[in-house]
Design a protein around this ligand. Structure first.
Ligand code: SAH
Length: 248
């Protein structure tokens, strides 16, 4: 049996941001696995089996995909944005690493997608034009103390920060705590952007400063971007960018 498993990033929301390679890989799948709302974004043919799941239990979903692949199916695992950024690709590889020996030789590949930070960056102008980092504020998979430590060091290092999983109903106050840490390290006029549901109909962008940043502007569809000392708005335009160089 010649099963295969393709892990596919379907971009941040709009159909136009799904790459042709992603479409091609989806079209030839017999089984499509993913979080229900992500599956709703793609066309699934009548000949394809749809396996919708909730957003937790990612490793279990990975194991399910690998078992189907081993049985000879052509499986597509779908993630939003890029599947390798805080998403399913690592869960599948973790399942391979901890699973039966036979899973190591399965035909597995990954198709890149447009991650939320890239869509947000394009929307704003070019805020990621110089050194930056991406941090997930979720403490589901790591201790909150580690998130705080990384925020502090990233601020000290002068990185622009793309903060994923910025806020959710289960974690309503963590973003406020993160802003407090950043306020102790960075100037109060540091730019803070709340970019919500970028490339979807309900898209919203709010630009603030660290002094005024209000965590209630964020929900689970929001990426929060923290500017560096060089990040600026161009007067008279709607653009925000980070120059490619830092003065000596
Ligand atoms: N693999 C995804 C990230 C999954 S984590 C990617 O590469 O984009 C989920 C988080 O991504 C959300 O909480 C939010 O912070 C961010 N996100 C996903 N889609 C977004 C969008 N359209 N606009 C803004 N942020 C988004």
């Amino acid at each position: 049996m010649n099963g295969r498993l393709v892990i596919i990033g379907i971009g941040p929301g709009s159909a136009g941001l799904i790459t042709p390679d992603a479409h091609a890989a989806l079209a030839t799948a017999t089984d499509v696995i993913g979080y229900g709302p992500y599956l709703n974004r793609i066309a699934i043919g009548v000949h394809q089996t749809r396996h919708a799941s909730d957003n937790r239990e990612e490793i279990e979903r990975g194991r399910h995909a690998l078992a189907l692949c081993e049985s000879g199916r052509a499986v597509a695992v779908v993630s939003s944005g890029d599947a390798g950024v805080f998403a399913m690709a690592s869960a599948v590889f973790e399942a391979i690493e901890t699973g039966p020996e036979t899973w190591r030789t399965l035909n597995v590949s990954v198709i890149p997608g447009i991650s939320a930070m890239l869509a947000v960056s394009a929307k704003l102008g070019a805020p990621l034009g110089h050194d930056f980092c991406a941090i997930s504020l979720s403490d589901n998979l790591k201790p909150w103390s580690l998130v705080c430590h990384r925020l502090r060091l990233a601020a000290q290092a002068g990185f622009v920060m793309a903060l994923y999983n910025a806020r959710s109903r289960a974690r309503p106050d963590r973003l406020g705590e993160a802003f407090d840490i950043l306020r102790s390290e960075l100037p109060s006029d540091t730019l803070v952007v709340f970019a919500t549901a970028i490339s979807r109909p309900e898209e919203r962008v709010e630009i603030s400063t660290l002094a005024d940043a209000d965590q209630t502007l964020a929900d689970m569809r929001t990426l929060v971007l923290i500017g560096s000392a060089e990040t600026r708005r161009i007067r008279g335009t709607s653009f925000l960018y980070t120059p490619r160089s830092v003065p000596a």
